[in-house]
Design a protein around this ligand. Structure first.
Ligand SMILES: Cc1ncc(COP(=O)(O)O)c(C=O)c1O
Ligand SMILES: N[C@@H](CCOP(=O)(O)O)C(=O)O
Length: 412
């Protein structure tokens, strides 16, 4: 086995064959492998695998398996996932003021969000380590992904949801795929703390992004973008920030790709938070020394998170990649979502932070007119149909089944 778990604070090493979520010192753990192993990998290997029909090659995660988790292929639980599209539209370029802007639509994953890329790893690892019950706290998407992958692996899944705060599409998925769904009184952060305690007691295997294997899977979003761009890195990656798993995973993926020699420049990262759930943004304003947890409120329910568990990883990424943290208002989120939806692409509200944030950074001159940008659309439009119905500016118009009347109405 190439990989070990390493504490990001004190560097203590742990085996990946034992269940562990944090270091004895309290620090977060990251999966680490010798850089030499990555340097031995040629990007042409990943490109060749795109021609194969095998599930582990078709998967946009496991195609990169030597840099993700090197285990026997027979142990892998994959849908397969990934292979999401990169969209360019004149309207998005015009609205943001950035000519070279593309969006990677992670809503095209099997359960409709980027979480599948992390969950294939977390559930594979749960099975390898003999866990019986897999669990997460969730604003919705993690629960949908967990329920689906646990069903495939034949494991019991339990999800802890903030009562009344989860979009219906996501709740329906978790229920439909067969998870035990517990509605907790309190925010996502309360639910997260409870699952963490249960996991420390050994009752459940935790698959939130605190689990370092989740982030290894989410690295593939970046590696697949680089592959989509023929291994020419863009100037910027713009991503919504909630529990900060993606910000952390993206920084790791870019650093590894650069150090391995797969790309010749390091993009900057912009992590975009909702103004009502902005502890990372506030910390950034103060030099990223510490993070003050807050009571979150935003229309983007997926990122209604006030105490992001990956803060200490994400802050290192922002420093390492000369990144920025920005905030956008709910109004800006909805305006950006409308532009994306009207292009026939569509996304859930949290995802629209990428476009809203890119526009804001361009308006401020932080993103330059000539720079290339890839934004991440993290979740599918149908995840949150209430948001669509409330903000689309359209409504269902009742009409009699009469040709003249209908013709008059649509031609006027
Ligand atoms: C749709 C969507 N976008 C963005 C996020 C935020 O991602 P992260 O927690 O990795 O910062 C989440 C969940 O946290 C999500 O479900
Ligand atoms: N938006 C998330 C919140 C939990 O994030 P995770 O990446 O730590 O699992 C969700 O969909 O539940």
């Amino acid at each position: 086995m190439n990989e070990v778990l390493r504490c990001i604070e004190c560097q203590q090493e742990y085996s990946i064959d034992r269940i562990r979520y944090s270091c004895d010192c309290g620090g977060l753990l990251a999966v680490e492998r010798p850089l030499e192993k990555l340097k031995e990998l040629q990007t042409s290997l990943f490109d060749q695998r795109c021609l194969s029909q095998k599930d582990v090659d078709v998967s946009g995660v496991w195609r990169f398996r030597e840099g993700i988790l090197s285990i026997p292929e027979s142990e892998i639980v994959t849908h397969p996932e990934g292979n999401t599209r990169l969209y360019r539209r004149k309207a998005l370029a015009h609205w943001s003021g950035i000519d070279d802007i593309a969006f990677k639509h992670e809503g095209e994953n099997p359960t409709g969000s980027f979480k599948d890329r992390g969950m294939t790893l977390a559930v594979t690892q749960a099975k390898r380590l003999g866990a019986n019950v897999v669990a997460c706290a969730s604003t919705g998407n993690t629960s949908a992904a967990l329920a689906a992958y646990a069903a495939q692996a034949g494991l019991k899944s339990v999800v802890f949801l903030p009562d009344g705060k989860v979009a219906m599409g996501k709740l329906a998925q978790a229920l439909g795929y067969g998870a035990q769904c517990l509605a907790i009184t309190g925010s996502f952060d309360v639910a997260m703390a409870m699952v963490k305690d249960l996991a420390e007691r050994g009752d459940v295997y935790l698959v939130n992004s605190l689990n370092p294997f989740r982030l290894e899977g989410q690295k593939s979003i970046i590696w697949e973008i680089l592959q989509n761009l023929s291994w020419q890195a863009p100037d910027w990656i713009v991503v919504p920030g909630g529990n900060l798993g993606n910000t952390s995973a993206f920084g790791k993926a870019l650093r590894e790709a650069y150090d391995a020699g797969w790309i010749s420049k390091l993009p900057r990262i912009a992590s975009i938070q909702a103004e009502g759930a902005n502890p990372f943004y506030k910390s950034y304003q103060q030099g990223l020394r510490s993070l003050d947890a807050m009571e979150p409120e935003t229309v983007a329910t997926a990122i209604r998170i006030g105490n992001p568990v990956n803060f200490h990883k994400a802050k290192r990424v922002i420093k390492d990649l000369n990144g920025v943290v920005e905030q956008v208002t709910d109004q800006e989120i909805i305006a950006a979502k409308l532009v994306i939806d009207r292009q026939g692409i569509g996304c859930e509200p949290a995802s629209a932070c990428s476009l809203a944030g890119a526009k804001k950074l361009r308006d401020q001159g932080i993103i330059k007119a000539h720079e290339s940008v890839v934004g991440i659309l993290t979740g599918h439009m149908l995840k949150d149909t209430d948001a669509v119905l409330q903000h689309s500016g359209r409504e269902l118009e009742p009409i009699r089944a009469n040709l003249e009347e209908i013709s008059k109405k649509i031609l006027n």
